[in-house]
Design a protein around this ligand. Sequence first.
Ligand code: NAD
Length: 379
Amino acid sequence: MKLAVLKETRSGETRVAATQETVKKFISLGASVVVQSGAGEAARFADADYQSAGASISPSAADAAQGADIILKVLAPSSEELRVIGRGSKLIAILSAYKDPDSVAAYARLGVDAMAMELMPRITRAQSMDVLSSQSNLAGYKAVIDAAAYYGRALPMMMTAAGTIAPAKVFIMGAGVAGLQAIATARRLGAVVSATDVRFAAKEQVNSLGATFVTVDEEAMKEAETEGGYAKEMSQDFQSRQAEFVAGHIAKQDIVITTALIPGRPAPKLVSADMVRSMKPGSVIVDLAVEAGGNVELSRAGEAIETGGVTILGFNNVPGRLAADASSLYARNIYNFIAAFFDKDTKSLDADPEDAIIKAITLTRGGAVVHEAFAAKEE
Ligand code: NAD
């Protein structure tokens, strides 16, 4: 089994789909690994590191992909990159299939067996393969670090000879994987932290991290979680009561970090321009949902802006701002997935199509769209 690790081409993408560690592990499984030269450069992994782990280095994507059974990437290939992937090869990456359903038809047409890591089901067996969790966790941490860097004050309470500094008040909106890590990080830095979510289960998790949970309607929250553990879109009534409550709370905060997402839908708008205006000059907002449309009305993807003295950070690809760790965890997620389905006799990724994990992430197989969410659209 030949694995090819391609260099990411999207501007601002710093991550890479394999590390020295996972290359070694793949080789001990019995696979061979080719890495496109420079693939790990932005994450500070040198070609020589991959070589010393046992990989060979190819000068171009076309060269690396030649004869590969499996192509490993972080993001979906561009149409140009897709041309170098041979018919019958498997492609494993974050394919953003719901955002770009046309790409699914293209994989089928070109005979590429595409597996979308972002569709990994949230079941116990797949936890070590869950790329959304591994990347969101880092994003939640980095959001607090970014906010602290732009905030012109200290986060912890400090009692000094010159007097006392009050602790910063940090409000986290959306207490999923990113939000919980943001809470833990802000607490570690000494802030006074509150958080909200629409899922009832989040309340206990927030409290267990030592933060205060705030909400408008606990009863409505009991209906807000899907079987897969994700949030549903809330009623108009809930949303307007939530907005009214949030308006009062936000005005007293120094740092607000928003992480709210609803799968397959635009991110809910939680912070209006008026709410931003109500905050004290020097406050900082981080919109982690900016790439999904944003939770903050004024945030702009890829930009740090200041309005009325309030800084709004809308950085893209926040996990990629911690390129080495984000790559290491992503690479391990991929290794864990391949190792779980690797057939030692045939030395190939030979998985049962009916397995719950394979079914959830396989978009195309043998030239056909097989994923139920996309196969229906094809007809
Ligand atoms: P996500 O990234 O889809 O959304 C982030 C958070 O925003 C969620 O907690 C969601 O409830 C919240 N949200 C949505 N609309 C909101 C609104 N209007 N106001 C406030 N908050 C809003 O979620 P996620 O981080 O992927 O996690 C979702 C859940 O899945 C969590 O409970 C997480 O612990 C769980 N999970 C389970 C597994 C597993 O069992 N293997 C793995 C990962 C995550």
